[in-house]
Design a protein. Sequence first.
Length: 271
Amino acid sequence: MICHNCPVNCDIAEGQTGKCHARGVKDGKIVCQNYGRITSLALDPIEKKPLKMYRPGSYILSAGSYGCNMHCMWCQNDSISRGRVEADFLSCEELAGIALDTRSRGNIGLAFTYNEPSVGYEYVLDCSRLLKQNDMCTVMVTNGMLSPERFDTLIPYIDAYNIDLKTGDAKKYESIGGCLDVILRNIRAASDAGRHVELTTLVVPGFNDDADDFSRIVSAVAGIDRSMPLHITRFFPAGSYRDVSPTRPEKLYEFRDIARSKIDNVFLGNI
Ligand code: SF4
């Protein structure tokens, strides 16, 4: 069976899972296997998502499951992204209850983060609807690799996004399982719908640290909305890139200057 949740369009045999390890086929149907399986839960400052220009100073309950539809070799969340992880089940009602209970500690809502939330699309949709019924905010921290139809279905229920824009080169994106056209399309769709959108580019030595590539990213963002915040973040060794040196700070300053020539809100991260 073909899973059409994301542009990878896996062809999955009965009893097997797709590339994200979060969706599989059971009894002839595509099943969201990570539904409600929460591996990480924390009350984080919203700036940590990172969101710099949305409700600054607030806190947000942040939940993650397991699985990811891309395969970046430097993943900082390897342990929950690369495969199935045993985790307790939390229904949407239970998760919304925790979000409501933590309002007294400054919580404004719920962020889907840590692993790639779009591979658990059904859970994100069900929980977000419930959160909106309770007047709480919803945030999605995502690689943007969701089918346009499903991405658009979520838009009314998501208040703010942080979306990765990893490279401006379609071939490089393909090498890590991404589809640049779909990601840019989804960024534009969320922005055009009036949602708060911030973007993140992690600068990884040897992958996307050349100025031409970064200039393509900047031009693409400026072509959508030059006021859209862009976070340029520093890589630290992780995943199978443990022997690669952290991004030189000078590289980040150089990229900040390139970005500021076309984009209004540029932030450096992890520095
Ligand atoms: S969501 Fe997972 S199973 Fe479905 S197409 Fe994407 S990678 Fe494959």
